[in-house]
Design a protein around this ligand. Sequence first.
Ligand SMILES: *[C@@H]1O[C@H](CO)[C@@H](O)[C@H](O)[C@H]1NC(C)=O
Ligand SMILES: *[C@@H]1O[C@H](CO)[C@@H](O)[C@H](O)[C@H]1NC(C)=O
Ligand SMILES: *[C@@H]1O[C@H](CO)[C@@H](O)[C@H](O)[C@H]1NC(C)=O
Ligand SMILES: *[C@@H]1O[C@H](CO)[C@@H](O)[C@H](O)[C@H]1NC(C)=O
Ligand SMILES: *[C@@H]1O[C@H](CO)[C@@H](O)[C@H](O)[C@H]1NC(C)=O
Length: 797
Amino acid sequence: MHQSQTMVALQVGFVMLFFVSTYNYCGVEAEFKICDITAFQRLKVDMATLPYCDKKLPYQARAKDLVDRMTLAEKVAQLGDKAIGVGRLNLPGYEWWSEALHGVSDVGPGTRFDQIVPAATNFPTPILTVSSFNETLWNTIGQVVSDEARAMYNLGKAGLTFWSPNINVVRDPRWGRVTETPGEDPYVVGRYAVNYVRGLQDVKGFEKSNDPNSRPLKVAACCKHYAAYDIDKWKGVDRFHFDAKVTERDMVETFVAPFKMCVKDGDVASVMCSFNRINGVPTCADPKLLNQTIRELWNLNGYIVADCDSIEVMVSGHKYLNDTPVEAVGQALKAGLDLDCGKYYPNYATEAVKQGKVTEDNIDTSLRNIFVVLMRLGWFDGSPGGYSRLGRNDICSPAHLELSAEAARQSIVLLKNDKNTLPLNVGNGKPKFAVVGPHAQATKAMLSNYALNTGVACRFSKPNDSIAEYGEVVNAPGCDSVKCASGDQIGQAVQASKQADATFIFVGLDLSREAEGLDRDDLNFPGFQKSLITQISDAATKPVIVVIFAAGCIDIAFIKDHPKVQAIIWAGYPGAEGGHAVADIIFGKYNPAGRLPLTWYPQSYIEEIPMISMPLRPIPESNLPGRTYKFYNGSTIYPFGYGLSYTTFSYAIKSATDLVKLDMGKLQQCKQIQFLDGRKNTQCPGVVVGETNCTQVVNVKVEVTNTGKMDGAHVVFVYSVPPSGIVGAPIKRLAAFKRVFVAAGTSQMVEFMLNACNDFSIVTEDAYEILPSGDHMIIVGNGADAVTAKTSFFFEH
Ligand SMILES: *[C@@H]1O[C@H](CO)[C@@H](O)[C@H](O)[C@H]1NC(C)=O
Ligand SMILES: *[C@@H]1O[C@H](CO)[C@@H](O)[C@H](O)[C@H]1NC(C)=O
Ligand SMILES: *[C@@H]1O[C@H](CO)[C@@H](O)[C@H](O)[C@H]1NC(C)=O
Ligand SMILES: *[C@@H]1O[C@H](CO)[C@@H](O)[C@H](O)[C@H]1NC(C)=O
Ligand SMILES: *[C@@H]1O[C@H](CO)[C@@H](O)[C@H](O)[C@H]1NC(C)=O
């Protein structure tokens, strides 16, 4: 039985007993709270004597009082995701595990759908949504998802703690969980995290607080999986056994950077440690990674949780130090892991205290961390922000479904558009469209993972049905499924195509090819999908448009260069409203502006580099290429940031700060930098960012002109490039981005305020963040139309 059922029972009890302090509004059940006088009267306890229910006290003090009243056995029973509660303290059970990666999901046992609430609004998966490069959109989706989450909580169908988002940087294109992530760039991933987390968590008017531990929360988010976790199952290596060999430099620069942003700028309420080991140590047992970094250095206001059964995995998978379960539990608690998703803490923590593997004080600290979060959520005193009014009508509402479609429209990436075939002009007649391919009738496949176990959505918009709104359709699947194990049906699809004025081929991947626990072995279309596309295209006399549903990249060189494939669209996994979002792009109701958040590598790339190789930089001695646009200089199918529009844009840098003079502290030292030509710089080659007073701003003003005939949004990317000749420097790094709307024939001035230290620094081999002196380059734009400026840095005592 789930704790949520206990909660429902309690809520029903409250409804019957207290209609004065609770209410029933639009079908919303009475609000549950622990500190309810009447509940304590039933227990024959005067609530006024209980400091943990005293609203005048800080949450820390209230949590301490609560924890101090518990026996060791009672304490330990609260340390798993299925917290048991303590009846005599009027503390009910609580299921901590709920998920809301791209909509409220029932993947965690804390959330349930049923006849009353059959589904919640399903948004595109993050790898698509991030492609909008629209921070407002990311934040707005978080707000809508948390409205639905609060509504479900009020209805007794969800908890308040959601273990989303997944902010692991995509290091390798084969990774099965690319769909869940915001892509390969640590800065973009971090900005996505901050916006989505704030959308989920922030209560209006309480975005900041002098006492962060009392800041109310709408729901509690969780940034996961910390850290260097991006291998699921590849050639016999799985995440339960994988020991990631990672340099400190890659940790600082890439793997940990988004988590730091999530905690420091997003003020997230939770971080989840991962299954893997890093350099021998399971992440959930590493005091340096957990307590010393997340809690002490970044000042997490919240709790640290283990990925589900991670502590068990330390024992059974990693066999770390040949620990017994009791020893593993002691180590995790001492490392600063507060809550176990699983049963190891509840089963073994009492014994761990008895054997001296951990102190009861350690457990008290963890419990205070988790109860403060529940207090901030209103679990003790009632919902903040008036959220108790949210109910059934706030789930799957027309406005929410429209935002899901809008997210897909803003994010879909136009990869190819020969002769301006798109937007497709349907003219006055009734055109005939062939709609083929394994995703033509897609429903569940558009949701990808962390969606709805039941496979139900508020509603589905299928590609076929949306295209049918613009013309007559003829169908021929071409393949039974994404696996496309047989070419038997391709002939029918070719025939369908021949009868049509245009052919849409919906192809790609699904959870049978890329998923949690399933990495890819290749970057190709599965089975006969490639034949399907080529045979139709070879025979075609009318436009052929290929639409790809997939998260990771696919080697599509054969259609990129095929003269008869006029247009290619990448639509990620576009969510339940995906069909009409795709049609809106195809028929010109929306001008595409999405940009790839990942490098699209050729198949040959992965043949050069094993998935388990962690370094981002190339290793020439081993012939290993670099990873991501920052370190890979080889050929791509499409580069990071690529994406076309139905109009054209041009840039001009109107002004850029050209000189930055930094005052060094009296005793501040210069730091040496290694140069490719071995040069020794007698001047001050660099300073440590952490030691530098760096308030200066590098201001860049860019004029963006829409030089075409159609209004449209445009994403402006600003990269910084360190002075040339530095060993191990990235090719470039993203320093800022902004999505702007520019009407046809007009210009927009876009201003960027870059921080002189943070946006121009490099990370040295010994993992120092260093700001080099000399000439840095600023690049605005991504491709051939990019423009550049120079800014010089000097350091003075
Ligand atoms: C974590 O660090 C704090 C200091 O900030 C210390 O008081 C605490 O005992 C540490 N927690 C654990 C579990 O080691
Ligand atoms: C595709 O849409 C058309 C128009 O709504 C419909 O007649 C047809 O049955 C659909 N195809 C499939 C395979 O459902
Ligand atoms: C590209 O990177 C490789 C290392 O992977 C290096 O050997 C080569 O010189 C680089 N090429 C260019 C043009 O920078
Ligand atoms: C940092 O620099 C600013 C302006 O350059 C200056 O006003 C401020 O006093 C400096 N702060 C410290 C701590 O040196
Ligand atoms: C960014 O997203 C918001 C929310 O959907 C939308 O109102 C705005 O127009 C978008 N901005 C651009 C430039 O597309």
